[in-house]
Design a binder for this molecule. Structure first.
Ligand SMILES: C[S@@+](CC[C@H](N)C(=O)[O-])C[C@H]1O[C@@H](n2cnc3c(N)ncnc32)[C@H](O)[C@@H]1O
Length: 213
């Protein structure tokens, strides 16, 4: 029989993930319901629970059995279709997950609309890194040198590869922001609290709840 394992938080990981989204653990105590999309090992939920609040619902389409029986509030679902009612969440965190893997504009829009649906009026999505997968892929088709550099393991990248990635990631951030702006979706691009060791930029996107006409 599989047992409900004791849930031990890794505060360092939780704090680092939140920092890239411009948040501290203390900031979360002001929110009633937080969704962590692509939560994987649920470190944010574990840390918040250890501080006495069970306010995080972790979502991931690929949760392990261990997480499913952890006693945490979990949903093994895809961000494109959630079993939550409209306007339930105060804050939605998307750290290196759903948006980063989108293939097409419609795919990015499907996630945006679904997360917006479950967000309360006045709520906010925070997205790190500040770029959408379909825009990165678009740029890779335009710039084969970018695709080649990205495909290499970090240790094999030359100085030229790194500079190509730096400039293309920067373009992808700008285009991702414009993508929202062109659709009338109000967003801010801000700097996280600390630099993520593996990333070129510490920018995240804060996307306000928008009204669908
Ligand atoms: C790189 S991990 C990120 C883990 C953690 N959020 C972090 O900041 O390090 C990406 C996770 O997102 C999940 N994921 C990717 N796309 C998703 C989607 N459309 N819906 C739900 N989960 C998704 C994957 O299953 C994976 O566990």
């Amino acid at each position: 029989m599989v047992e409900n394992k004791e849930v031990k938080p890794n505060f360092k990981t939780a704090r680092a993930r939140l920092a890239s989204l411009g948040l501290s653990l203390e900031d979360l105590s002001k929110r009633d319901l937080i969704l962590d999309i692509g939560a994987r090992d649920c470190e944010i939920a574990k840390a918040v629970k250890a501080s006495g609040r069970d306010s995080v619902v972790s979502v991931d389409r690929a949760f392990t059995e261990e997480i499913m029986i952890s006693g945490l509030r979990v949903l093994k679902e895809d961000a494109r279709k959630l079993s939550l009612a409209d306007a339930e969440a105060d804050l939605i965190l998307v750290g290196s997950s759903a948006y980063y893997y989108t293939e097409t504009e419609d795919d990015t829009m499907a996630i945006l609309s679904e997360l917006n649906r479950v967000l309360k009026q006045g709520g906010e999505q925070r997205v790190y890194p500040a770029r959408f997968g379909h825009i990165i892929k678009e740029l890779m088709r335009e710039r084969p040198d970018f695709a080649t550099a990205k495909a290499k393991p970090e240790s094999e990248r030359t100085a030229h590869d790194r500079s190509v990635i730096l400039s293309c990631d920067s373009i992808a951030n700008i285009r991702s922001f414009d993508f929202l702006d062109q659709r009338g979706i109000f967003a801010k691009r801000r700097e996280g609290l600390e630099r993520n060791a593996q990333a070129n930029f510490k920018d995240y996107l804060s996307i306000d709840k928008f009204n669908v006409s």
